[in-house]
Ligand binder design. Structure first.
Ligand code: ADP
Ligand code: ASP
Ligand code: MG
Length: 410
């Protein structure tokens, strides 16, 4: 008998009918002799609705109280799922994050899991109960309710699977696996049988919101076998795996595994800063002091001993970043500060890139063919990212998908 952790996303639990379907699915696994722990998200749209409620009062609600509010979404689905399981004669018990004791730090709205104490749950599972845990939430040392950041139920699932040494953590969602790119943008995107943790981590960090970044980090670190599959359609899904495990499957050794994209970006340019030591620090110091994360950075050196400096931040931080820099423009001796928040980042990801030259030029050629101007470029061992105007994002994704022949083989 093996223990499986199953996480069901918001769309999978979006109505009473769907919750009843999930209950049937869970019972099916249980009847096949597995111990089952279920992690639930809130019903689709519910977390957004709760955020909006709070913002209806003030744009910056108190983070502690916001978490008290947001954690209610998952409490609804965990109870409804247990009620649906019991209706079918199955004994089930629900737990909030605090009741399990998913202990987190106190960074409200983006807390990190520190420890999980689950003696009660373990004995429930041993007596054959189905345990349902609210995803996305925990408690800090003082007993305050915390949440783990948007998409955080994935991380709850993986963390519980790690703590219980489960055979597998199954992430059930509205797509039947990880695709070469978001199938909503490229309908003929192809499902991958496997993808490595490294690639999945890049895809998630570069904008593919199918899995929360932390869940992938956590699974990689704790060796949790992780699989993404559909709630609505039978199939093997996609297994996230270690690179060594791919060696026996040479067919999977492809150059590019996927294309990620992200619209949440904004670009800031500081023109004509004196080209001397300390300038990058002068520009970025106040930004980091304000807790704003900087992503891509480029610096051009001009002929008159001045430099132009460009970097990107999250779109939500755009106005604040401009404000901070404008305060410092004269002190930095800069000529001008300008920005653009209608940009997007497009990235190619693949471990095959390590041993292949020419991927970048093929990428640039495909974008040039569509007359898409590249504004910034960064590369690492297994990814190439470019910044383009937001209006070209979808065209760019489709062009790259075609240029690298990622579509389904028809
Ligand atoms: P859930 O509510 O189940 O957590 P999410 O909306 O968080 O579901 O994640 C599933 C969605 O992720 C899909 O509907 C799909 O549009 C999107 N997605 C983005 N990139 C990919 C990708 N590479 N492969 C599959 N799905 C992707
Ligand atoms: N309900 C939370 C959200 O919408 C957590 C999750 O679904 O994973 O972000
Ligand atoms: Mg999700």
């Amino acid at each position: 008998m093996s223990l499986i952790v199953q996480k069901y996303g918001g769309t999978s639990l979006g109505s009473l009918e769907r919750i009843e379907e999930v209950a049937k699915k869970v019972i099916g696994w249980h009847e096949r002799g597995h111990q089952i722990m279920v992690v639930v998200s809130a019903m689709s749209g519910e977390t957004d609705r709760l955020v909006k409620l709070a913002r209806g009062i003030t744009f910056r609600p108190n983070p502690r109280e916001l978490d008290v509010l947001l954690a209610t979404g998952e409490q609804v689905t965990m109870a409804l799922l247990c009620i649906a399981l019991e209706k079918r004669g199955c004994t089930a018990r629900s737990y909030t994050g605090g009741q399990v004791r998913i202990l987190t730090d106190s960074s409200f709205n983006k807390a990190r899991i520190r420890d999980i104490q689950m003696d009660a749950i373990r004995s429930d599972l041993d007596t054959g109960l189905i345990v349902v845990v609210a995803g996305f939430q925990g408690v800090d040392e003082e007993g305050n309710i915390t949440t783990l950041g948007r998409g955080g139920s994935d991380t709850t699932g993986v963390a519980l699977a790690a703590a219980l040494k489960a055979k597998e953590c199954q992430i059930y969602t509205d797509v039947d696996g990880i695709y070469t790119t978001d199938p909503r943008v490229v309908p003929d995107a192809r499902r991958l049988n496997r993808i490595t943790f490294e690639e999945m981590l890049e895809m998630a960090s570069l904008g593919s919101k199918v899995l929360q970044i932390r869940s992938v980090e956590f699974a990689g670190k704790h060796n949790v076998p992780l699989r993404v599959l559909s709630t609505f359609k039978e199939g093997p899904g996609t297994l996230i795996t270690f690179e060594e495990e791919l060696v026996s499957e040479p067919m999977e050794k492809v150059l590019i595994s996927g294309i990620a994209f992200n619209r949440d970006e904004a670009k800031i340019t500081i023109l004509g800063v004196p080209d001397r030591p300390g300038i990058a620090f002068n520009i970025l110091g106040p930004i980091s002091d304000a807790n704003i994360e900087v992503d891509m950075i480029i610096q051009n050196v001009g002929r008159d001993n001045t430099a132009d400096f460009t970097f990107t931040v999250h779109r939500n931080d755009y106005e604040r970043t401009l404000e901070i820099l404008r305060e410092h423009t004269s002190r930095m001796g800069a000529r001008e500060v300008s920005g653009d928040n209608k940009i997007a980042k497009l990235s190619l990801v693949g471990i095959g890139m390590r041993s292949h030259a020419g991927v970048a030029s093929q990428m640039f050629q495909a974008l040039a063919k569509e007359m898409i101007n590249i504004r910034m470029i960064t590369t690492s061992e297994i990814k190439i990212s470019v910044v383009v105007d937001e209006k070209y994002l979808e065209l760019g994704v489709r062009a790259l998908h075609e240029a690298f022949d990622l579509a389904k083989s028809s």
